[in-house]
Write a protein that binds this ligand. Structure first.
Ligand code: TPP
Ligand code: MG
Length: 367
């Protein structure tokens, strides 16, 4: 008998949970001009998140999926992307979307059930939120292959969750991306939960990163609450992709500090003591402590940032709430060049009821 294949999975972490360097840091991690914008983006994401939940609770927004505790992943990865790259997000990646230039009011429109929220004014290359679990891996693999065929030095970046890594679409997308040597980065935000199903009941593998190995894709694991580590591995993976080195899977290990969505109550299936303990690993405090040690941050800057983010978010909420709701016919408008007869009939029927459904009706099923 002989061994025909071996593999290992590396785990990257630069800052410990208190923000202390564990060893030499990459150059960017000692440069406040690079780090402070990423801290600000994480803070804005968290401010937006809290406001969105409050809007849902007061009937002004539909179901919303919070990114609380996962801010370092989206910000670290999106900050490593170039404008011409393309993002394929799940429904929990507004941290990445805000860095890409998606506006808060656009995101609110989307979560308010208004599809115009996905017609981004900036970030024109980016795909809308993907609610069907895992399917975006195939979309991203196809786009990455197209970039390669056209000889463009662009990459497709796709986000999904731990639960999504049990889907066929995940393996199929990775498999083709590997065969095609497509410039694809798949970011697996392992927040330990797929709604109420814990990581241990989803996958028997020691890591989720190793699922890439079966497809011939490089798989790495990173501390998803350490922005420095996330940004570093994403930069390396994207440089490799652009240089023709093929796809990478990054498993970013984190913890979902909030409910699955506003339609969920996680206290029914999680021990609050465990959630409380996970707060000591959360990413904002970790990066802030590091910035303070660099002499780049302090209480005054923190207070100013809090005020600024509140103003930005409140202005976006105003813009969202003053947007006239979409027409009843809008849901049929962008499906087909010529609407098939069955849908045309549904459209006519919907219009007959239109007066009764006038006014803002936040909704949308994100289950
Ligand atoms: C194809 C499909 N099946 C089931 C669902 C219902 N669903 C919504 S979220 C979710 C769990 C996803 O968990 P994970 O991939 O870990 O992402 P997270 O929500 O934790 O970010 C499921 C099963 C869906 N949206 N799409
Ligand atoms: Mg999950």
């Amino acid at each position: 008998m002989s061994t025909v294949a071996r593999f290992h999975i590396d785990h990257t972490r630069f800052l410990d949970p208190q923000g202390e360097p564990l060893g030499p840091l990459p150059d960017f991690a000692c440069d406040p001009a690079r780090l402070v914008p990423m801290y600000r983006a994480m803070y804005l994401t968290r401010s937006f998140d809290a406001k969105a939940i409050a809007l849902q609770r007061t009937g002004k927004l539909g179901t919303f999926a919070s990114a609380l505790g996962q801010e370092a992943i989206g910000v670290g990865v999106a900050s490593a992307m170039r404008p011409e790259d393309a993002l394929f997000p799940s429904y929990r990646e507004h941290a990445a979307q805000l860095v890409r230039g998606v506006r808060i009011e656009e995101s609110l429109r989307y979560w308010g059930g208004d599809e115009r929220g996905s017609d981004f004014a900036e970030a024109r290359h980016d795909f809308p939120n993907c609610v069907p679990i895992g399917t975006q891996v195939c979309h991203a693999a196809g786009a990455a292959y197209a970039f390669r065929l056209r000889g463009e030095a662009r990459a497709a970046v796709c986000f999904l969750g731990d639960g999504g890594s049990s889907k066929g679409d995940f393996y199929e997308g990775l498999n083709f991306a590997a065969v095609w040597k497509a410039p694809l980065l798949v970011v697996l935000s392992n927040n330990q939960w797929a709604i109420s199903v814990p990581r241990s009941a989803q996958s028997a593998t020691a890591t989720l990163a190793q699922k890439a190995i079966a497809a011939g894709v490089e798989g790495v694991q990173v501390d998803g609450n350490d922005l420095v580590a996330v940004h570093h591995v994403a930069r390396e993976a994207l440089a490799k992709a652009r240089a023709g080195g093929g796809p990478t899977l990054i498993e970013a290990v984190t913890y979902r500090l909030g409910d699955h969505t506003t339609a969920d109550d996680a206290s029914r299936y999680r021990d609050p003591a465990v959630v409380q303990e996970q707060w000591s690993f959360e990413p904002l405090t970790r990066l802030r402590n590091h910035l303070v040690k660099l002499g780049a941050w302090g209480p005054e800057k923190e207070e100013a940032l809090a005020r600024e983010c509140a103003e930005t978010v409140n202005a976006a909420v105003e813009a969202y709430l003053s947007t006239p709701p979409p027409t009843t016919a809008a849901m049929f408008d962008h499906l087909f060049a010529t609407l098939p007869a069955a849908l045309a009939a549904q459209r006519d029927e919907a219009l007959r009821f239109a007066p009764r459904t006038a006014g803002r009706q936040p909704g949308g099923d994100h289950g």
